[in-house]
Structure formats: C-alpha cells, structure tokens
Design a protein around this ligand. Structure first.
Ligand code: HEC
Length: 179
C-alpha cells in the first residue's frame, strides 16, 4: 500500500518541480539568451516522453532470414530490398573474422573448440558496446587476446555486423556477394 502512494507523491513533486522550473526560467528570461529560452519547451517535452525520444534514434531494418522468416535488426545487412548483396561493412567483417577470429571462435562464426559461439553471446544479449569493450580489452587470463592496436572501431563494428547477420540467420556460412 505504501509503495504506490510514494510513487504518486513523487510523480506529483516531479511535475510540480517541472512547473516551477519552467516558471523560474520564464521569470528570469531577461537574463538569458534567446537560445536558452527557446530550449525550454523541448526540454520539458523530452522529460515527459523519455522513452519515445530514446527509441526514435534507432532505425530498424526488416529482412527475410534464410528460412523465410521476417527479422528486424538495427544493423544494415543488405544494400537493397532484394537482399542479393551484403553491405561493404558485413563483407569487411566476414574477411576480418575469417582472418583473425575463426581459429578460436570457429569458421563461419559457429563456435570452436577453444572459444565460445559468438552468435550465442549476441543471442543472449551482448550489445555492441559490450562486444567492442571485450574485443579491445581481451580476456587474457581466459585466452581471449586484446585486439586494441590491431583493429580500429570501424573494423570491430564490421566484425560485429557480420556475426550479428550470422546470428539472425540473414546470411549463410561462407562469403556473400557484396555491393
Ligand atoms: C586465441 C583464441 C582467440 C581468438 C583468435 C579470438 N578469441 Fe575471442 N575469445 C577467446 C576465448 C577463449 C574467449 C572466452 C573467454 C571467457 O571464457 O571469458 C573469447 C571470448 C570472446 C568474446 C566474449 C564472448 C562472451 O560471450 O562473453 C568476444 C566478443 C570475442 N571473444 C570476440 C572475438 C573477436 C571479434 C575475435 C577476432 C578479432 C576473437 N574473439 C578472436 C579466444 C579467442
């Protein structure tokens, strides 16, 4: 019983604080530049709709996977809707993966004797920032080398795009025609 009441109260105080904040800014607007005064309504709008604001930045692509199922992803895998050519990034990632990662993580990113299946890591929720941090730092005590100094962020993003495309079954093993 106490928790919902506290929630209502905190929402009330939050709304009151926003109201007075807006009022203060208005009262003090003579001391502010036009830019600062104009910024206020959008700040208030952002505060009241934080979720739609955050999601709006992510654009999703809808593709058909190799089994014909519809899949949504925030990475660009193909250059056109006919899905005949993968993006230069996915192609670049395939090459780098095949040169550096495959000997432990397995050919075609299916996992290997020495290291985990990275498709599973992604399916279990590994995000790009987590992937990037792991690849840069490595886990030397567990046999994962650090790739800082070998790859720049663009290469690592391309490898991520390639593995993600494999995880979502958007591309089969082996090389894909690239555009
Ligand atoms: C010498 C073998 C080796 C090579 C080469 C290698 N890795 Fe690893 N990697 C490992 C091992 C072993 C682990 C598991 C570490 C652990 O148990 O925490 C791992 C873990 C990872 C993880 C974390 C997976 C998870 O679920 O936590 C990522 C991401 C990763 N490797 C990416 C790469 C990428 C990208 C490349 C190529 C640029 C690469 N690795 C090359 C051995 C290797």
């Amino acid at each position: 019983m106490i928790k919902p009441l506290r929630k209502v109260l905190s929402l009330f105080f939050c709304a009151t604080a926003l109201f007075f904040h807006a009022f203060d800014v208005h009262a003090a607007s003579s001391n502010m530049s036009d830019g600062q005064t104009e910024a206020q309504p959008s700040t208030l709008a952002a505060a009241s709709t934080p979720k739609s604001g955050a999601n709006a930045a992510v654009s999703m692509n809808t593709y058909k996977d190799i089994h014909g199922r519809s899949v949504q992803t925030d990475i660009a895998v193909f250059t056109a809707a006919d899905q005949t050519s993968v993006t230069p990034a996915v192609s670049h990632g395939y090459e780098k993966y095949g040169a550096y990662c495959f000997r432990c993580h397995g050919k075609d990113a299916v996992g290997g004797a020495y290291a985990p299946d990275l498709r599973k890591s992604m399916a279990n929720g590994m995000t790009y920032p987590q992937f990037l941090a792991t690849v840069l730092a490595g886990r030397s005590a567990k046999g994962m080398p650090s790739w800082a100094g070998v790859f720049g962020e663009k290469d690592i993003h391309a490898i991520y795009d390639y593995i993600k495309s494999r995880q979502l079954d958007l591309i089969a093993g082996g090389s894909s025609p690239s555009g």
